[in-house]
Design a protein around this ligand. Structure first.
Ligand SMILES: Cc1cc2nc3c(=O)[nH]c(=O)nc-3n(C[C@H](O)[C@H](O)[C@H](O)COP(=O)(O)OP(=O)(O)OC[C@H]3O[C@@H](n4cnc5c(N)ncnc54)[C@H](O)[C@@H]3O)c2cc1C
Ligand SMILES: NC(=O)c1ccc[n+]([C@@H]2O[C@H](COP(=O)([O-])OP(=O)(O)OC[C@H]3O[C@@H](n4cnc5c(N)ncnc54)[C@H](OP(=O)(O)O)[C@@H]3O)[C@@H](O)[C@H]2O)c1
Ligand SMILES: C/C(=C\Cc1cc(O)c2ccccc2c1O)CCC[C@H](C)CCC[C@H](C)CCCC(C)C
Length: 397
């Protein structure tokens, strides 16, 4: 009697899910043990979010940072299913999709990421622009285009949150808008980039100052209206006219994740073991922004692409191990450093004992991200384009 092929279902094709699928397809399955691997995502494209800002400056094109899943999964044996996940029946081991169909699984990988909360202040949902995915980038692009084509002498942009996204966006938009832009970066704390190494924070402060970005520290957003933003500073509220508000603050898990009957932390993330398994469900793995994970050393890991990217290797290995009767490995997070774009030809990078800023950091950041893109085929296409495009642009001038 032959045993039935095992089915691995991966929910979410971001840094956690897509890289898990790709690694799983490369593992040494014995022919009679080769499982069926299905990747489910609501979108048809993977998003390389660290390079999302470059769409707004025209430095990069959609195909480079958001390749379609079908293209990435070609020749891997992984099946792609575009659908919205609406629930999981853990008793029957089935994933429920919004379109009414279900997928049975033997192993399940949860990697649905996070969302930007627009319910933190009144008016944000109706008037502020989030910046997390390709739809957000297109919406923002369209608004910027309308403003640029208007008669307005100045385009007044307020960016809420001086974390990584806020600082990177402010620098890129300042370069895009030039003299036409008047940017302010609003931060509740008393400094920007609270969690960054001093070198990166200082490089960012210098870049923001050089680009004329106005910094509102210790300032809380009270509310956002159609063309104003109300800011509280030292117990006084000021209403400031704005053309565009971008909201970068916070990450929350999707409502479908909140409804799952697992242990969650206060932020709604699913608690996992260091082997990235959901408590009391060894057949279910969770990683990335939706997972509350302490690694083998007991350190709480942050919600970053760098973490999800590393967890994907362990998840793939552990899923394979659990189907091959091998021991599972606890996740060991290696903080390699951090990189930040500070405009069109400037960046800052701290990691592995190296500190770089300016155009060297810009180049090193681009190369480091090229190396982290999902498949060799995509790396080659993008790398070739980065080499050849400047030559074509120069010749066509
Ligand atoms: C602008 C920006 C820049 C960033 N830059 C960096 C950086 O430089 N370095 C860094 O380390 N981190 C960075 N991050 C953080 C990083 O993007 C996240 O931590 C990382 O993407 C998390 O990976 P994930 O797999 O958990 O989720 P994601 O990569 O967000 O993937 C989740 C996937 O699930 C899909 N999905 C969600 N809900 C459903 C559903 N119900 N049904 C079906 N599919 C669904 C989504 O479409 C998405 O493809 C950045 C974030 C942003 C917004
Ligand atoms: N280059 C990179 O490495 C990079 C780029 C983008 C994102 N990421 C990762 O993605 C995750 C999200 O980062 P993010 O920068 O998008 O968002 P974030 O971490 O939520 O940062 C938002 C910033 O806004 C501040 N803030 C909080 N509430 C506020 C309010 N009501 N008004 C004004 N400011 C407020 C926060 O201060 P407090 O910190 O005091 O709360 C923080 O400085 C992080 O894990 C980050 O590491 C990394
Ligand atoms: C800081 C580095 C990696 C961490 C990291 C950061 C992210 O934002 C990620 C996002 C998504 C996936 C993964 C990651 C991630 O791993 C990179 C460290 C690299 C070295 C410190 C770079 C050394 C540069 C060399 C000196 C090369 C210089 C080249 C030159 C300028 C020609």
């Amino acid at each position: 009697m032959t045993e039935q092929t095992a089915r691995i279902c991966i929910l979410g094709g971001g840094f956690g899910g897509l890289y898990t699928a790709l690694r799983l397809s490369q593992l040494p399955w014995k022919n009679d043990e080769k499982p069926e691997i299905i990747l489910v995502d609501q979108s048809d494209r993977f998003i390389f979010s660290p390079l999302l800002y470059e769409l707004l400056t025209g430095e990069l094109q959609t195909w480079e940072i958001a390749p379609p899943f079908v293209e990435l999964l070609q020749n891997t044996g992984v099946r792609f299913c575009q659908a919205i996940v609406s629930g999981i029946d853990t008793e029957k081991k089935r994933v429920l999709l919004q379109k009414g169909t279900e997928i049975a699984y033997d192993r399940l990988v949860l990697a649905l990421g996070g969302e930007t909360p627009l319910d933190m202040v009144p008016g944000a949902k109706s008037h502020a622009y989030p910046f997390r995915n390709i739809t957000d980038a297109y919406r923002l692009e369209e608004r910027l285009r309308v403003l640029e084509e208007s008669e307005a002498e100045k385009i007044r942009v307020a960016i809420v949150g001086a974390g990584y996204s806020g600082v990177e966006l402010a620098c890129k938009l300042a370069d895009r808008l030039g003299e036409q832009g008047r940017l302010r970066l609003i931060e509740i704390g008393n400094q920007i980039l609270r969690n960054s190494p001093d070198f990166n924070r200082e490089a960012a402060q210098k870049a923001l100052a050089a680009k004329g970005v106005f910094l509102d520290l210790e300032t809380k957003v009270e509310s956002i209206e159609a063309d104003t933003i109300s800011l509280e500073y030292k117990n006084q509220v000021d209403k400031i006219p704005v053309d565009l508000v971008i909201w970068t603050v916070g990450t929350k898990v999707a409502p479908v994740v909140e409804t799952l009957d697992f242990q969650h932390n206060q932020r709604g993330q699913i608690t996992t073991t260091p082997t990235l398994q959901v408590l009391e469900h060894p057949e279910i793995f969770a990683l990335g922004d939706l997972a509350d994970c302490c690694d083998a050393e007991g350190q709480q890991v942050p919600a970053t692409a760098q973490v999800a990217f590393q967890q994907a290797d362990y998840t793939a290995w552990n899923v394979w191990a659990s189907l091959s009767d091998r021991p599972l490995l606890p996740f060991r997070y290696q903080q390699l450093g951090e990189m930040m774009a500070l405009g069109k030809d400037n960046a800052t990078l701290t990691g592995l004992g190296v500190k770089l800023d300016g155009s060297f950091a810009h180049l090193a950041r681009r190369l480091a991200y090229l190396y982290r893109m999902p498949t060799l085929d995509h790396q080659l296409k993008v790398g070739f384009n980065w080499l050849v495009r400047p030559i074509i642009d120069t010749l066509s001038q």
